[in-house]
Design a protein around this ligand. Structure first.
Ligand SMILES: Nc1ncnc2c1ncn2[C@@H]1O[C@H](COP(=O)(O)OP(=O)(O)O)[C@@H](O)[C@H]1O
Ligand SMILES: CC(=O)N[C@@H](CCC(=O)OP(=O)(O)O)C(=O)O
Length: 273
């Protein structure tokens, strides 16, 4: 833990961005340009990405049906081959390319590279198969890349403690763990909705600007938060118990959203303790 504490001090000005598969194709070039400009101003990004829709599409082409239990993909060895290929290959390199085209430097890694993400089976592994929860993050490797001026771009595939077993990790869960173990103060979750939506008294869906852990629990219980939003808020609730001060959920397609989120700290929904 001493090692992590040192890392935490050094990465305090960094922030973690989780880019959801739902929104990757819709992210404008300006998003990456803004990311580069913010980095020059001292707001250094570490990216963890998803790619659920692209995995499902590839599985479908191979004639393998996608099944989810509680938002987690049922992952056999065959499915994991596709998950790793799509996430650590296609999607990871697409993001690296786009960052480099903005003029910034980027390095793509999966959680297997340099044992970046160590994982253990989720408690309901008997239902979902080779899905993992994060047990350790190699914060030193991420910090070294940041120190060299690179944006780390991380695919959420982890290795077990033995270094042999692979695990598919939900990208929101991975991003929360990376944010916690790096000790950054902010996690920005970029997705395809402008924040957590709630239907008001007149039946209009509105973005909640700020939401607490207690309010989230109530919205999950009532069904107002469901599906892909559940792993986001669960990861958020877990990481704000530690160093992370706030988690912002924003729509990546909105112009200027990253600057609003990172420099101004007010965008989409802000999840606080
Ligand atoms: N209360 C809510 N507010 C906004 N979106 C919600 C809510 N509850 C569930 N969702 C769903 O969560 C989705 C985002 O999760 P997901 O599709 O997994 O995105 P990503 O690929 O970015 O992780 C939204 O498109 C929406 O359908
Ligand atoms: C265990 C699990 O469900 N893993 C996810 C990993 C990708 C992901 O989370 O992508 P999004 O952020 O786009 O949803 C999956 O296989 O789809």
């Amino acid at each position: 833990m001493t090692q992590i504490s040192n890392q935490q001090q050094r990465t305090a000005s960094a922030y973690v961005i989780k880019c959801g598969g739902s929104t990757l194709a819709a992210l404008p070039e300006d998003f990456f340009r803004e990311m580069k400009e913010l980095a020059e101003e001292g707001f250094v990004p570490v990216i963890v990405h998803g790619g659920g829709p692209a995995i499902s599409e590839t599985l479908n082409r191979l004639g393998i049906e996608s099944e989810f239990v509680g938002g987690l993909r049922k992952t056999s060895e065959a499915v994991l081959d596709v998950v790793e290929m799509v996430l650590a290959g296609k999607i990871n390199k697409e993001i690296v390319r786009r960052i480099q085209l903005s003029g910034a430097k980027a390095v793509g890694l999966s959680g297997a590279d340099g044992r970046l993400i160590e994982a253990e089976p989720v408690p309901n592994a008997h239902e979902v198969g080779l899905v993992g929860n994060v047990t350790r993050v190699n914060a030193q490797l991420i910090q070294s890349l940041v120190d060299m001026g690179y944006v780390p771009v991380i695919a959420p595939v982890g290795l077990g403690k033995d270094g042999a077993q692979r695990y598919n990790i939900n990208a929101d869960t991975a991003a929360g763990a990376v944010a916690s173990q790096l000790g950054v103060s902010r996690l920005v979750v970029v997705t395809d909705v402008p924040g957590i939506l709630r239907t008001d008294g007149e039946g209009v869906k509105r973005v909640l600007p700020v939401v607490t852990v207690a309010e989230i629990e109530a919205m999950i219980a009532s069904g107002e938060i469901y599906g892909g939003m559940i792993p986001k808020v669960r990861a958020a609730m877990e990481c704000i118990q530690g160093e992370v001060q706030e988690v912002l959920i924003v729509n990546g397609a909105e112009p200027g959203i990253l600057r609003q989120a990172v420099a101004e700290g007010s965008a989409g929904t802000r999840i606080v303790r």
